[in-house]
Design a protein around this ligand. Structure first.
Ligand SMILES: Cc1cc2nc3c(=O)[nH]c(=O)nc-3n(C[C@H](O)[C@H](O)[C@H](O)COP(=O)(O)OP(=O)(O)OC[C@H]3O[C@@H](n4cnc5c(N)ncnc54)[C@H](O)[C@@H]3O)c2cc1C
Length: 423
């Protein structure tokens, strides 16, 4: 693997007090985004109109150094995974002027096939049936990262990277942040987009509900004997769901959920044995598995923060809600949160309110509440429904899948929600 370079661009990683555009970092900033991963970087890009036209000062602090000029994964959020992006999210990227670039490596999902191994039930959703060209798109996380960071380099933001926020203390007009390089920032609105793993939330006394699923997602790219033709597969097996997502070109992204611990043996298998086991578990419906890339494992839990706003503070993305990837909703939900926060700030600005004001944050929370609750319930419900191995439930699931195939309007309603076109 290539070694990280910490000074990927002049004026960026090596000189954290200087923005890519050359502006000096203010000691006091209107907004500080903690974490420049998928969610934090998306927020910074979505704030562009407020930064460029309204003069908001924004700092992004990212712990992991950037890697550039290489295909290696260059930071935790932009790793070897690919994400299923709902049409609604593609629309949001289009609003930010980024969809054209994202689409260079996006594969459209034209059909989704959902089935249960060993059972008759199956349901199919197609874009044609819903009158849309694609049900969604699959984009490598690494590519999304490159597009987002390229845009950030054009904006007059203060980019602190690599630097960690080590301390966060509430003060009269927001928060005081201390960075790992010793710098301090006074911030009106701090957005925690740190993925929930840095302990900052806990230091602020924000509690989270944690439900480990005792499952691990094993991900890899695979090649099959047949062209995928834009078809995505979700196959529920006794061990856990297996998802196959189309990638641009011939490959597909495999997300294979295992009971905790069971993934270790499969991580260690030679490629041939791994492919043979995958074939047995998935069946032949999508073709013969021919090749597999490097494998990565992600332990899965449902983690939800009990508070997502406080005076001068908003919590976004995985820091607010880490979901099971079975329904591919985590980032899509987070991106709607990003857009709602920006909308609330814009509305607040018209009322003369600062981004971290009580009015803006109450508006944001009101916009988010129902969507967040519904998506968390939907994803968690799916994991539990397909995770329980009972003959009765299995028949009910099969009947449900068949029924769903027959019940056009219900299926179309579900699909519209999954595509992020309805809340
Ligand atoms: C296997 C798997 C498959 C998935 N597939 C999909 C999918 O198909 N569709 C979908 O919508 N979602 C999917 N998701 C969910 C999606 O990946 C997450 O929602 C998304 O990565 C969350 O991004 P984030 O920026 O909130 O957090 P992260 O990706 O964790 O990024 C946090 C960033 O903050 C930085 N950071 C941490 N602490 C600090 C600190 N103290 N100071 C400064 N920086 C800090 C980190 O370096 C990192 O860059 C999947 C998840 C998994 C596990």
């Amino acid at each position: 693997m290539n070694q990280p370079r910490s000074s990927a661009r002049p004026g960026r990683a090596s000189e954290p007090e200087t923005a890519p555009g050359g502006a000096r970092t203010p000691r006091r900033v209107d907004i500080a985004i903690v974490g420049g991963g998928l969610v934090g970087a998306s927020l910074a890009c979505a704030l562009a109109p407020l930064i460029e036209r309204a003069g908001l000062s924004v700092a992004v602090i990212e712990a992991a150094p950037l890697l550039e000029g290489t295909d290696a994964p260059f930071q935790p959020s932009f790793d070897a995974r690919a994400s299923a992006i709902a049409q609604g999210s593609a629309d949001h990227f289009a609003d930010m002027g980024l969809w054209q670039a994202m689409a260079e490596h996006a594969a459209p999902i034209r059909r989704i096939h959902i089935s249960e191994r060993g059972r008759f039930g199956a349901t199919r959703l197609s874009g044609e049936e819903l009158g849309v060209a694609a049900l969604g798109h699959v984009i490598p996380n690494g590519w999304m990262g490159r597009v987002l960071h390229r845009r950030l380099a054009e904006l007059p933001i203060a980019w602190h990277c690599p630097a960690r926020v080590e301390e966060i203390v509430p003060v009269a007009n927001g928060h005081a942040l201390t960075l790992s390089d010793g710098k301090r920032l006074g911030v009106g609105l701090t957005v925690l987009a740190d993925g929930g793993r840095s302990g900052l939330k806990e230091r602020l006394g924000i509690e989270s509900d944690r439900h480990p699923y005792d499952q691990v997602a094993l991900i890899a790219s695979v090649e099959l004997s047949r062209p995928h033709g834009g078809e995505a597969w979700e196959r529920f097996t006794a061990e856990g769901p297996i998802a196959l997502l189309p990638l641009s070109g011939q490959a597909m992204e495999l997300v294979w959920t295992h009971p905790l611990g069971a993934e270790q043996r499969r991580m260690a298998l030679g490629d041939g044995d791994f492919l043979a086991e995958l074939q047995r578990a998935f069946g032949d419906r999508a073709g013969r598995f021919r090749r597999v890339g490097s494998r990565h494992a992600y332990p899965l839990s449902l983690v939800t923060a009990r508070e997502t706003t406080r005076p001068g503070l908003a919590v976004l993305g995985n820091a607010a809600h880490a979901l099971h990837p079975v329904a591919g909703q985590g980032f899509n939900l987070a991106l709607r949160g990003v857009m709602d926060l920006v909308t609330a700030m814009q509305a607040g600005r018209e009322r003369g309110e600062a981004p971290g004001s009580a009015g803006v944050l109450a508006d944001f929370e009101a916009r988010r509440h129902a969507d967040r609750r519904n998506v968390i319930r939907f994803s968690d419900g799916l994991v539990r429904l397909f995770g329980i191995d009972s003959a009765l439930l299995s028949r009910a699931r099969a009947a449900g899948l068949v029924g769903l195939n027959l019940a056009g309007p219900l299926r179309r309603g579900l699909a519209r929600r999954a595509m992020g076109l309805e809340r």
